[in-house]
Ligand binder design. Structure first.
Ligand code: NI
Length: 257
């Protein structure tokens, strides 16, 4: 079934069932149970792996020990250069999902990312806290503005898109259909931004990682530096090799002009 129709059907269903229950004289807490489909929508929206509202790629199909590290929310003026230094020292190529506003502010960092052989993708323009409530038109604006900021720098529009917070909605799905991006999720979430203990974060990643994994990290906070310093040798010891997302999933990272 069309996922957008399913979305509206679930909302309608929720209020319909609650209304009927109230009408039949049930207590209000029974009527609240009727609202469960809305809870389902909320959970499904926040679980990108479910592919509920849109289909995303969460890993590469390979039995070889190849993985892709991905960094969201940059470029950041303090941490991105340090992350790039660590990657360079280890001769590792990764993928960055960039926020358009930051691209506009720190174009030299985007150039450095590309010059050093990494891949980039679109991660919305504002990454605002209320972004998930945007309609299709506003979503398209978010996506297209970031595309054009990137195009100004390298002459090509990115093909990969990663939803902020990993939240997906029917409106975002419609916008993506129009903008023709490939949505990239992850199958290892590090929760690095809330990490107080880098060793624990590294241990969690090492336990969850599999051949073909896409790992979600962020280059906008200080803990990423000790996390990377510990993570890279550990993964090397496990014989993993690091590739960009495009290499892992065999897809072009830019739209061909
Ligand atoms: Ni983000």
């Amino acid at each position: 079934m069309n996922r957008r129709i399913l979305f509206y059907l679930l909302i309608f269903d929720a209020f319909f069932i609650s209304g009927i229950l109230l009408f039949l004289g049930f207590n209000w807490y029974w009527a609240l149970l009727g609202l469960l489909p809305i809870l389902l929508i909320a959970i499904a929206s926040s679980q990108i792996q479910w592919n509920f509202f849109l289909t995303a790629i969460h890993s590469g199909k390979t039995s070889e020990p190849k993985i892709a590290l991905t960094f969201d929310d940059g470029p950041h003026p303090i941490y991105t250069p340090q992350v790039l230094d660590i990657l360079k020292k280890n001769n590792i190529k990764v993928s960055f999902f960039l926020i358009g506003q930051n691209v506009q502010q720190f174009p030299h960092l985007v150039k450095r990312i590309l010059d050093e052989g990494h891949t980039i993708g679109n991660h919305s323009f504002t990454h605002s806290k209320t972004i998930d409530f945007k309609n299709k038109k506003s979503w398209l604006g978010e996506i297209e503005k970031t595309d054009s900021e990137i195009e100004k720098l390298c002459g090509m529009k990115p093909r990969f898109f990663r939803p902020p917070y990993g939240v997906t909605t029917p409106h975002l799905a419609s916008a993506i259909e129009k903008s023709k991006h490939l949505v990239i999720g992850w199958n290892v979430r590090s929760f690095d931004t809330s990490s107080r203990n880098p060793s624990k974060t590294v241990q969690k990643i090492c336990e969850e990682i599999r051949p073909g994994s896409i790992v979600l990290l962020h280059d906008r906070h200080e803990s990423i530096l000790p996390i990377l310093e510990q993570l890279l040798p550990k993964l090397r010891d496990k014989n993993f090799t690091f590739v960009t997302v495009n290499e892992l999933i065999h897809e072009e990272p830019f739209h061909q002009a």
